[in-house]
Structures are given as C-alpha cells and as structure tokens.
Write a protein that binds this ligand. Structure first.
Ligand code: BGC
Length: 738
C-alpha cells in the first residue's frame, strides 16, 4: 500500500489534525508490511485443519435459521469468526457500523452513541469531524468487546432514492474518499479493524442481491473505484467488505476483476476481503478473490470450510489461495494489534464526552438551505413558537437497517413500517432520545412554545396562526433494504407545510431525511434547515442552529434534483418491485435485474447536471450561513492552487472553499478537485493552499490514467453551479499506472 497523501488544504488540515484525540496510532503502510511478514510465518506454522477456521464466520444471534451454535465468547452483533488458540490468534468479533455500535434490534441491551448519518457527516466537508467520530465509535466498539467495526460505507450516491443514502457520504469520489479515510483512521486508532464497504457499485437496494450493474472499466475507475482507492490510501482499512450486487454479470463477492485484479493486483492492497452477509454464491468465490465468508447462515451453504478444504487438498492452486486467505486475515489482525491489545467487554465509556462528539458533528453538518429576510437565527426573545410534527417532542429520526444505533434505554419512539416478517424489527422507524422541542424551550425560556403532532392540518394551522413563528419538523424515513419510490415527503407532509406556511408568514421547515427530497412548498416558507438524521444530540444541534449559537457551515454533499426527470435514470431500475430487499438469492440467474450506470458513466451527481446543463433544486456544495464570505485570488502553480477566503460579515463562521475543474480543452468537464473547511472570525481572512490529485483531471484509458495535453480551466465555486473566478493552465500530456 502506498503512503497516504493528503489531497486537501495543507495549512488548514495541519491545524485540524492537531486537535485530534491522542488515541493509538492507526496502522500505516509500514505496519501493514510488517504484519504481512509475521502473517506469512504464522501460515507456515498452521496445520491443514486450521486453515479453514479464519475463512468463515457466523452471525452470533439466534435467527431461527439452521442450527448454528453460538460460542460462549461471542458478543451479540453482526459477526463472529473463531480464533486459533494454539497460535495465539484471537476470534474476530464484529459489529456494525459507520454510525456507531449498532443496536441489533435491542438484542444487546447496552446502548451506544449514535453519530449523525453519513450524509450529514459528509456535509461537514471536514475530515477532522469524521476522524473524531471514527475514533469515538471505535472506542465504544472496543469497550463492548468488538475488534472489528463494519464501517466505512463509501458507495457513491448515484441515485437519491437509494434507501442507504443516509449511510454513505457523497456523490463525489474526492470528498467521499477523503472523508471515509479519515473515519477509518479514527476507528483503527483503537486497535480494531475497520472495513471499507460495499465494494463496489452498490447503488440501490432494489433487487440488491442480484441487480447487475453495467459500467465500463473507465467509468468505474474514474468514479466509485476512485472513492474506494482514495479511502484506502487515506485510511488503510484492513478489511474490504464486498457488495451484494453483481458487476458485469459477476457477484461482487465473487468477482475476479474487482477483487483480484483491481483491489489486490493493481492497488497492491494486503488486507482481507470479507463478504457481505448472504452475498456468497459458492466456493468459487475464493478463487475470485473473496477471503472470508461472513454471516454464513444467510448463504445457501457454508462454502468456506469443508468445500474449501477439499479443493485445497486436490489442487495446489487452491491450496495456495487458502494460504493467502489466511495470510490476509492474519495481516489485518496483526496490523491492528487485535492480538496484543485485546478488546474486552465491559470497558468504560464516557457517554457525556461521546455525545459531544456526535453533537459537534451535527452542528457542523446541518445545512441552511433557505433564509428569506434573515428569519433565522430566531431571536431568543421570541414570544411564541409553534413546533409542529416529526415527533419533535420525543426525539430525532434515524435511518433503519444494520447500521441503526440507539442510546441506553433504546429509542424514544418506534414506529413499525412492516406489520409482519423477520425483518420488521430491523427496519422500524426509530427516534433518538434528543427532543428538539425541549432544546427549543431551553433556547427560548421566556417564549410560549407549543407542540402539535401535525396529524391534523386544521389543528396545526390553528396553532401556527396563534404564534409568531412556526417551526415544522418534516421527516423522510429511509432504511437499508428499501429504496424510496419518489422524493416526496410521505404522509401528507407537503400539504401540512403548505397549509402552515399559508397561515404563518414566518414558517421554518426543519428536514430530518435520509437524502434529497422534493420541496413543492419551497417558495412559500421563509427558511429551510437541512438536519438530515442528526444523531444522538440532534435536537440540541438543531436548536443551536435555529437560535444562532451555531452558525451553519454545512454544505450539500449530494445534488438535490428539481425533479427525478433530471436523473440519469428517471425511473429507478426495478422500482416496481416493492418488497423489502433483504431476501433474494445471489446464486439465482432467473430473477436478474439490470442497472445501466454507463448512462452517466463517471459523471455522477453534479457532473451529470453540468454535462446536461441542468439546474438543480439545490446544487452539490450549496449551503447558506449567517455571515458572508468572499473567496478569491486564485492562482495555480502546476497543480498547487492558492487563494484567500474572507469572512465579510459580522458573525464568526465556517466557509467551505471548493475548487473545481470546469473545462478541459474548452469542453465542460466539471470535477471537484479540492476543498477546505475554513473557520473565520468576523472580518478575518485566511490563505488556503490545495494540492490537486492528478487523477481528478484524468481519464482512465487502456489500463492507465491519461491527461491529454491542453488547457485546463479551474474555478472557485460557491457550489457546483455557482463558479466564480476562473484560471486556465496548460498541462502537458501524461499517462501513468495506478
Ligand atoms: C449490510 C452490511 C452489514 C451486514 C452485517 C448487511 O445486510 O449490507 O452493511 O455490515 O449486513 O450486519
């Protein structure tokens, strides 16, 4: 693995890194190389019958499927892989996920600290936030006895209707890669292993176990695979989780091209590939690059034990593969120090300190979308506020599925979305115990704050009429396993908002949503606050933004389309199949579903909008502040860009400086090539230096990166649609291997 390069503002990052907590050092490339040598020696010492112990694991919970025995030392969570005592190899104890130690439907009664959703974290555009979040959740995982965190979700957001948009980061490979790398470094600073997932092109939940993604190698390399590559360089994850879907007709977990060629050969990555749960079609997945079968009860068979041993006995090629599988798992264990610094159940957790980490992330990632007439921040002296909807009296919404985290005592409110079936518990709507209503009352102690649940429009309108300000909490629940059919807020909330806005001119909408939503009422309300799923202290963070203790500095990491007609696939492939997609068979050929990603190719999100000349509802990179900024003085010396950011308003605040490639040889070719979140006191300016990763300017052609000779036009952008100062430079033709 190559040494990580930090492709972002050097000066700004230097300050950010200094504030990170003094956890252990996350393993670097040298640690991995040393661990690999030690792993090779252990493999030599292994008896034949020991060689299929590390290659498979169970889900250590009673699923009512088969007769799996749950070992005494297992911790209820997503996965368990037995160790080898004789060789001092510990068992792997695995928990989900990127947003904290998951709640597994309350199976383990202990709660954990929930970070805000991935998309909110990405809206901070701040690797330091992701690092601190990762370090925090990794610490909690360790204290609960886990030594593997199934984190690092970095699939590019190709479709805003994807039910897992909330778990992922952004639609851009640079932003996603940098941020996921920081999160993984944080997690792995706890002597535990992190995954990066789901490799690769896992862009929709509909038909998730069999949907076949069609995409050219070049487009994949310039987009989704680049996000993974940057994430791996930055974070050195010791495990990769392969995806459910197929790519080019092959299951991603049995995909010679993705696993053997790209990941292991071209990138030289030395960790181990674990399968997603129920994603393994058969034993041949091992030859195609899979190192470990996870959650084996969910597959059609346990392929990586006796079947694997028999293959190894009969064929030296398979025997060598089995040795390599073991070596890779051991490399991860040794590099993380899982054996030398064992995680133990019952460790101490400072929940108050950890809640602050979640709250700070939320404050940095909430995005102010509209603020007509400066309605926000609300005056703390406001006399009457009507708070409406969204269970704002109880808590804040979270996303569903395996990544679901809950605090001690479980959710404040749970609303099932299925009446029946094994998965009902996994995908209910759960609200964290962090009430925006209480937080609003605390911010405005002298105001008359009333609450209406919003079920009846007449009742909500009546209350809104009697109040100076109406704050509506609108929710869009999303979950793993289920895409949303369209971008409208469900349950008549659009009508509720329009009616309240008609009754009260000072209406603020606070959105708690998984991803982009339509806003047919946008012209009628004065302010919109994008709070995503804001995590364990979301209520406090929202109130802090509403009343101005926090000056919003979040920026959209995903385009909000004006309509689904603007998307590369106006209709989500397979969206007429409405059942939750936990089921499905990765081995079946009959129920295949195809998604054509070659339509947009590597032009995901804002790049597609730029190519088509389309105007979004809110573009990528967009976000308002309570102050104003000026960014200018762009100069480029080779691939080093310098410019200045100034806070020209009266309040302290954070700006996210964005540098884009706009044109190449006169053609529109928009790509984010650098970014930096800069904190500025009122009136202050700061210089920013960004180093541009040449891959962002290049095409993938015939097995290498190629930049044609010619004029490259760069621009500072307030967001992807509002490009300011432009500078053209000439670059020579160049090509290079990965
Ligand atoms: C998800 C993974 C998760 C795994 C284990 C799967 O359904 O796709 O993201 O890590 O379950 O819970």
């Amino acid at each position: 693995m190559s040494t990580p390069k930090v492709w972002t503002s050097l000066s700004v990052m230097a300050v950010a890194m200094a504030s990170q907590p003094a956890a252990a050092q996350a393993p670097n490339a040298q640690d991995v190389a040393k661990a690999d040598a030690r792993a090779a020696a252990t493999v030599k010492a292994m008896k034949t019958e020991e060689k299929t112990i590390l290659t498979h694991g169970i889900m250590p919970m009673d699923l009512g499927i088969g007769t799996t025995k749950i070992p005494a030392d297992a911790v209820p969570g997503a996965g368990y892989v037995a160790g080898i005592d004789r060789l001092g190899v510990p068992a792997l104890k695995e928990s989900d996920a990127s947003l904290g130690v998951s709640y597994v439907m309350g199976l383990r009664k202990d709660g954990a600290t929930a970070l805000p959703s991935g998309v909110l974290q990405a809206a901070t555009w701040n690797p330091d936030v992701l690092y601190r979040g990762g370090a925090m959740i990794g610490g909690e995982a360790r204290a609960k006895g886990f030594n593997v965190l199934l984190a690092g979700g970095v699939n590019l957001m190709r479709d805003p209707r994807n039910g897992r948009t909330f778990e992922y980061l952004s639609e851009d490979p640079l932003l996603s890669g940098m941020l996921v790398g920081a999160a993984i470094r944080g997690i792995q600073s706890n002597h535990i292993i992190s995954t990066i997932k789901h490799f690769a092109l896992n862009g929709q939940e509909t038909g998730r176990k069999y949907v076949d993604i069609k995409i050219s190698e070049a487009a994949a390399k310039e987009s989704d695979l680049l996000a993974f590559k940057i994430g791996i360089e930055q974070g050195q994850p010791l495990s990769v989780m392969c995806a459910y879907n197929r790519v080019g007709g092959q299951n991603a977990c049995s995909n010679d091209f993705l696993l053997n060629k790209v990941l292991k050969k071209d990138w030289g990555w030395k960790g181990f590939v674990m399968s997603d749960w129920g994603a393994v079609p058969g034993v041949e997945a091992a030859i195609n690059g899979l190192d470990q079968q996870s959650g084996e009860q969910l597959d059609k068979g346990v392929f990586f034990t006796d079947q694997l041993a028999a293959k190894a006995k009969a064929d030296p090629k398979w025997a060598a593969r089995v040795d390599d599988m073991n070596r890779r798992v051991l490399t991860a264990i040794y590099a993380a120090g899982v054996d030398k610094f064992p995680a133990q159940k019952g460790g101490k957790i400072d929940f108050a300190a950890n809640a602050k980490v979640a709250e700070d992330a939320a404050k940095q990632g909430i995005v102010l979308l509209k603020n007509e007439g400066g309605l926000l921040p609300l005056m703390k002296t406001a006399k009457s506020i009507a708070v409406i909807g969204g269970f704002a009296d109880g808590g804040v919404l979270s996303g569903g599925g395996s990544s679901q985290v809950q605090g001690e005592g479980g959710p404040a409110v749970t609303i099932p979305i299925m009446g029946d079936g094994v998965w009902a518990g996994l995908i209910g709507q759960n609200y964290h115990r962090s009430s925006p209503l209480k937080a609003i009352k605390a911010q405005a102690p002298d105001a008359k704050v009333t609450f209406r649940d919003g079920r009846y429009i007449t009742d909500a309108v009546e209350k809104a009429k009697q109040s100076e300000v109406a704050v509506i909490f609108a929710t869009q629940y999303t979950t793993e396993g289920l895409d949303v059919p369209d971008l409208h807020l469900p349950n008549g909330q659009d009508e509720l908002i329009a009616a309240v806005a008609a009754a009260n001119p000072n209406t603020v909408v606070v959105l708690e949503n998984g991803g982009p939503v339509a806003m047919p009422w946008l012209g009628k309300v004065k302010a919109v606050v994008e709070a995503w799923y804001p995590g364990a202290r979301g209520g406090e963070a929202i109130a802090s933004v509403l009343f101005g203790d926090t000056n919003p500095g979040g920026r959209l990491p995903i385009t909000f389309p004006a309509s689904t007609d603007q998307l590369p696939r106006p209709k989500l492939d397979g969206s007429d199949w409405v059942e939750p997609n936990f089921a499905g068979d990765p081995t079946s050929g009959s129920d295949q579903l195809h998604a054509d990603y070659d339509i947009e190719g590597s032009d995901v999100g804002y790049r597609w909008f730029a190519r088509k000349g389309q105007k979004a509802l809110f573009p990528f990179g967009y976000g308002l502040s309570y102050t104003t900024f000026q960014t200018g003085g762009l100069a480029l010396k080779g691939l080093t860009a310098t410019f200045t950011v100034k806070n020209t308003g009266a309040r302290d605040g954070d700006e996210v400086a964005q540098l884009y490639l706009a044109t190449r040889n006169g053609e529109v070719k928009q790509r984010l090539v650098g970014f930096a979140r800069v904190s500025l006191k009122a009136g202050e300016s700061k210089p920013v230096t960004l180093t541009i990763d040449p891959r962002l300017l290049a095409d993938w052609k015939d097995g290498q990166w190629v930049t044609p000779k010619g004029a490259y036009g760069f621009a500072l952008g307030r967001d992807a649609e509002h490009l300011g100062e432009k500078v053209n430079i000439t670059l020579p033709a160049k090509s290079w291997k990965e």
